[in-house]
Design a protein around this ligand. Structure first.
Ligand code: ADE
Ligand code: ZN
Length: 341
């Protein structure tokens, strides 16, 4: 692992906290909660992480999170991710959780969010690590369920910054969630959505125009649409790209074919993120390293990707200035200038 990448101050903007659940913790929580799993041990579970596409991942992802039952379980999962991120010099993180995947199993919204929130506060206190929390609607479920989730979130509004949209993209276009997003906007939430992961470039346009999102999660399908690329570059719409996720879910056939470098060089505000690191073979450093190894991206390009993370995040302007300063100082220490077109 390159020292430049390890020491680079990083921002993570696309992380599903349930996707940080490592097999060891799945088994520990199963034991604690008296649950029998369909896998003999941790290595048998890890061996099942061989995906053909998004749906084959989602099936295992939703099964894995069934071990999460108590507030302490949600705390332990979130704490484990934050500890790992802190070790990798992630300074700020904006994390998703999937409330419907838990409330549909009978785990109350309050249990889920209280455990996650407590871990975020502890990381802020212990390590000065800042964070935002985004609740994500499952797009394979009806819009009415998303609207009901918004209602359940009302008592916890102060702990939530934004809403997102994830799960099976194809066949569940942004327009299905127009009303839910309009309500979320009225309630003061910031808006993002997964679009253009497996779905077409039109879903990226629709997420922007019909839902009014300010960031696109993934968005790599834009590479096939020159007019959309020009618009995203012109408006500096951030894309939270997840290289190892795209490789493991076969959005790309090889890292050498990943569009990240082309998107950056076309002037888009692309950022590096880990999506579901326990399932896709790596956290933030591994994603940066994969871009360097697979695409030959320079340290200057990686520096710009980290700066884009700051531009795209939801910290205050003052906090952003401080973090950008740290990233620039890191570049100077290594004699690296940020890629600039
Ligand atoms: N990469 C991804 N795409 C869609 N939904 C998800 N839920 C967790 N990870 C996801
Ligand atoms: Zn995602």
């Amino acid at each position: 692992m390159s020292a430049f990448i390890e020491q680079l101050p990083k921002v993570e903007l696309h992380l599903h906290i349930e996707g940080s659940l490592e097999p060891e913790l799945v088994f520990a929580l199963a034991r604690r909660n008296g649950i029998t799993l369909n896998y003999a041990d941790e290595s048998a579970l890890r061996a099942a992480y061989d995906f053909d596409d998004l749906q084959s991942f989602l099936d295992i992802y939703y099964a894995g999170m069934s071990v999460l039952q108590t507030e302490q379980d949600f705390f332990d999962m979130t704490h484990a991710y934050l500890q790992r991120a802190h070790r990798e010099n992630v300074r700020h993180t904006e994390i998703f959780f999937d409330p419907q995947a838990h409330t549909d199993r009978g785990v109350p919204f309050s249990v889920v969010i209280t455990g996650i929130h407590r871990a975020l506060e502890q990381a802020r206190h212990d390590w000065g690590m800042s964070s935002r929390l985004i609740m994500s609607f499952l797009r394979h479920l009806p819009e009415a369920s998303a609207i009901d989730t918004l209602r359940q979130a009302e008592p916890f509004h102060a702990w939530l910054t934004g809403v997102g949209l994830d799960s099976a993209e194809r066949g569940n276009p942004p327009e299905k969630f127009r009303r839910a997003y309009a309500l979320a906007r009225e309630q003061g939430y910031r808006l993002v959505a997964h679009a253009g992961e497996e779905g077409p470039p039109q879903y990226i346009r629709d997420a922007l125009e019909l839902l009014g999102v300010e960031r696109i999660d993934h968005g790599v399908a834009a590479i096939a649409d020159d007019a959309l690329m020009a618009e995203l570059a012109e408006r500096r719409v951030p894309l939270t790209v997840c290289p190892l996720s795209n490789l493991r879910l076969r959005v790309v056939n090889a890292m050498a074919e990943h569009p990240m470098q082309k998107l950056l060089q076309a002037g888009l505000c692309v950022t590096v993120n880990s999506d579901d690191p326990a399932y896709f073979g790596g956290y933030m450093n591994a994603n940066y390293q994969a871009l360097q190894d697979g695409l030959g991206m320079s340290d200057g390009e990686l520096l710009r990707l980290a700066m884009n993370g700051v531009e795209a995040c939801w910290l205050s302007p003052e906090e952003k200035t401080l973090l950008l300063h740290d990233i620039q100082a890191h570049g100077e220490k290594f004699g690296v200038r940020a890629f600039d077109g």
